[in-house]
Write a protein that binds this ligand. Structure first.
Ligand code: HEC
Length: 134
């Protein structure tokens, strides 16, 4: 439940105009959750230094493919593509999903929280990526 507090705060602070779509509200809530759960290790912008690889354009990117980042062998050799389903499994239990990864366990099990973060990750990915179905 504490994880939902930033979402509620965002929804109240944003007091969305009638023209805001539900998707825009989800993206805004997802951004707040991303800031709380992911941003300390993942810069959005590839130009910013960060401990983890940048997550701009992560949707449908091949895992371990960000040029110049020193990935674990497990991630680099996984051969997976970051579909929404793979991103959910990763958020839920990254170490269980991919033993040997060097990303510390995050453990976001709440599907609604996953939905919000996914909406945000989609918003920072190329428009073309969204056309590909799950
Ligand atoms: C404590 C630091 C830390 C936190 C917090 C963290 N990550 Fe990571 N993340 C990493 C590291 C380090 C890697 C590289 C893992 C490897 O090489 O095995 C990584 C890798 C990833 C990858 C694979 C990227 C690629 O290029 O293949 C994704 C996707 C990802 N993280 C998503 C997230 C999301 C979403 C969150 C928040 C819910 C999050 N991470 C929170 C450190 C973190």
């Amino acid at each position: 439940m504490p994880r939902l507090m930033p979402v509620i705060a965002t929804l109240l602070a944003a007091t969305p105009a009638l023209s805001d779509t539900f998707e825009e509200v989800k993206v805004a809530a997802g951004e707040t959750l991303y800031e709380a759960e992911c941003e300390r290790c993942h810069a959005v912008d590839a130009d910013d230094a960060s401990y983890g690889p940048p997550l701009e354009n992560i949707l449908y990117r091949a895992a371990g493919s960000y040029e110049g980042y020193d990935y674990s062998i497990a991630l680099e050799a996984s051969g997976i593509v970051w579909t929404p389903a793979a991103l959910r499994a990763w958020m839920e239990d990254n170490a269980g999903f991919m033993p040997g990864t060097k990303m510390r366990h995050v453990g976001i099990e709440d599907r609604t929280v996953q939905d919000f973060i996914l909406a945000y990750l989609t918003s920072i990915s190329a428009q073309d990526n969204k056309a590909i179905s799950e």
